[in-house]
Design a protein around this ligand. Structure first.
Ligand SMILES: Nc1ncnc2c1ncn2[C@@H]1O[C@H](COP(=O)(O)OP(=O)(O)OP(=O)(O)O)[C@@H](O)[C@H]1O
Ligand SMILES: O=P(O)(O)OC[C@H]1O[C@H](OP(=O)(O)OP(=O)(O)O)[C@H](O)[C@@H]1O
Ligand SMILES: O=C(O)c1cccnc1
Length: 496
């Protein structure tokens, strides 16, 4: 998200669903200003039928919390909202409460770029229940979309086998803010550059660009267009070959490349944007090599995604780099991650013990996990992650656990070995950021490392293996007990 980077704090606190504010008013009116809650943000299924996701957006949560201030004009606007049944939606006393309100939240989250799996918390939010509700929508908005984009990009980058991928998606992104989020998340997940100039300015992401068909069409001939571009951008010259006829485009590019050589410059690359990219890239490569121009690189674009890129390499296409726009920015074919924010524990005040809570559902698939959860990640001797275990209490002792219950199937257990590491890191304490903000490059490096260590069987596109995520035995018991108690209270049979 870019909202906290470039807009007034006032935009942050109203960047929410109305019901968060009406619930906050209800808690305030019921005298529950001291009541505390613990919520977890997680998704249930990995996107794109994949075996993993790349966590992103969590690095901006501290900005969100620290900028969460209701200014006078926000309060005036809220005071002006009328309830459908007549009269003001919000009471003056509640609006005065909001005017001086700062979020007293403590937030743990998975650092950006780390790989994550279904149903494990990516973010754990603890604090006054009012504050937990006030932050819900903005937090999900931050984490869901960027995690989805980062995951899509990681797949595209994997298919590109080390060749640079540039984000070309701004024109197809979900509004200006969506375009910025795409550029940020895709860079963290391994894209090498973006065409989005504002993202370059705000985040320091390298910017990249070629030229459009319109450039060629604006000149009397393609050759003149290529010459003019080479003259104007000799250090950044990528010529688009397919405005009229790719073979003529190749001949004209060779002519201009020779002229550039004579002037002590070099044609950097050519771009193909239509037709059979495997066949045309081979023809272009052969022609440039034959002309003594082996350094001219071949870049391609045109509705690419991880599958077309994989297929192009399988056909032996000599492609050096990719521009990926629409399918990356819109996360085709899955436009949303479906990440949720669920209550897992409550307490009457900050010094009281937590009471774990569970939400049953008609669909057992939607049953929540109770308690203030930690995520422990286990590794093999080569440092590759082998399993993640959720645990509520006694985190230190849980490290000695040698078995866990599968998070989806209560009849399945997984063996554990090695020393685990806690995945959730404290990012905000009582409303203030912990430590210095992390740069985007550090998140990118974490992602590179995490993807490198990920089991290829989990990372593959087709029928990936399920990475083991489970519950510590005590947590599994707690969950079953709470489910039975809830069922008994509601008079319905226990599903397990
Ligand atoms: N050799 C190939 N193997 C697999 N997919 C390819 C290959 N060449 C191109 N594609 C992909 O096929 C899709 C359609 O390509 P097509 O040839 O129809 O584009 P086009 O119609 O020539 O271009 P446009 O309509 O954008 O001007 C695109 O997603 C493109 O990336
Ligand atoms: O194909 P994408 O992955 O979205 O990459 C971005 C596309 O945007 C540009 O063309 P545009 O789509 O504006 O016009 P075109 O389809 O006529 O080339 C560019 O030439 C790419 O084809
Ligand atoms: O620079 C390019 O070639 C570019 C940028 C955005 C979209 N399509 C192409």
């Amino acid at each position: 998200m870019s909202l906290t980077d470039r807009t007034k704090p006032t935009d942050v606190c109203l960047n929410t669903d109305l019901y968060e504010l009406t619930m906050a008013q209800g808690f305030w009116e019921a005298g529950l200003t001291d009541a505390q809650a613990c919520f977890n943000a997680f998704f249930r299924d990995c996107p794109f039928d994949g075996g993993y996701a790349v966590c992103c957006g969590t690095g901006q949560i501290a900005d969100l919390v620290e900028n969460f201030v209701f200014e006078d004009d926000d309060i005036d606007y809220l005071a002006s909202i009328q309830a459908p049944g007549g009269g003001p939606m919000f009471k003056p006393g509640f609006l005065e409460f909001l005017r001086d309100h700062h979020l007293d939240l403590t937030i743990h989250a998975v650092p950006e770029g780390q790989v994550v799996f279904g149903r494990e918390p990516m973010v754990r939010v603890e604090g006054p229940v009012i504050d937990c509700q006030l932050i819900e929508t903005a937090l999900l908005n931050l984490v869901n979309f960027q995690t989805l984009v980062a995951t899509k990009t990681a797949r595209v980058v994997r298919a590109a086998e080390g060749h640079p991928v540039s984000d070309f998606g701004l024109r197809r992104a979900q509004g200006p803010d969506g375009g910025l989020a795409v550029a940020r998340a895709s860079y963290i997940a391994g894209a090498s550059s973006t065409s989005n100039v504002l993202a370059g300015k705000i985040y320091g992401i390298p910017v990249f660009g070629t030229h459009a068909h319109s450039w060629v069409m604006a000149f009397p001939s393609e050759l003149e267009a290529f010459r003019a571009f080479a003259k104007s951008s000799p250090r950044n010259c990528v010529l688009l070959l397919d405005t009229y006829d790719v073979h003529q485009g190749i001949r004209n590019a060779i002519t201009v490349a020779k002229e550039m050589e004579a002037a002590g410059e070099r044609l950097s690359a050519v771009r193909l944007d239509s037709g059979d990219l495997a066949r045309l890239s081979k023809e272009a490569r052969a022609a440039f090599d034959e002309a003594g121009l082996p350094y001219v690189k071949i870049s391609v674009s045109n509705d690419l995604d991880e599958y077309t890129i994989q297929s192009l390499f399988a056909q032996g296409a000599p492609i050096d780099s990719f521009g990926v726009g629409t399918k990356l920015a819109t996360c085709d074919p899955q436009p949303s991650l479906g990440g949720v924010y669920k209550l897992s524990a409550v307490r009457r005040g900050a010094d009281e013990p937590w009471t774990p809570v569970i939400k049953l559902s008609e669909q057992s698939y939607k049953r929540t996990i109770p308690g203030v959860q930690h995520v422990l990640r286990y590794f093999d001797q080569a440092g590759r992650p082998t399993a993640d275990m959720l645990v509520v209490d006694e985190v230190a002792r849980a490290g000695e656990a040698r078995e866990m219950v599968d998070i989806v199937d209560p009849y399945l257990t997984h063996r554990l070995s090695g020393e685990p590491v806690e995945l959730l890191v404290k990012m905000v304490e009582h409303g203030s950021r912990c430590g210095e903000p992390e740069g985007i490059e550090a998140a990118r490096e974490r992602c590179r490392e995490a993807l490198m260590r990920l089991d290829p069987a989990v990372a593959r596109f087709l029928n990936p293996q399920t990475y083991p995520v489970g519950l510590e035995l005590g947590l599994a018991d707690l969950r079953s007990r709470l489910a039975r108690e809830e069922r008994a209270e509601s008079g319905r049979p226990t599903a397990e």
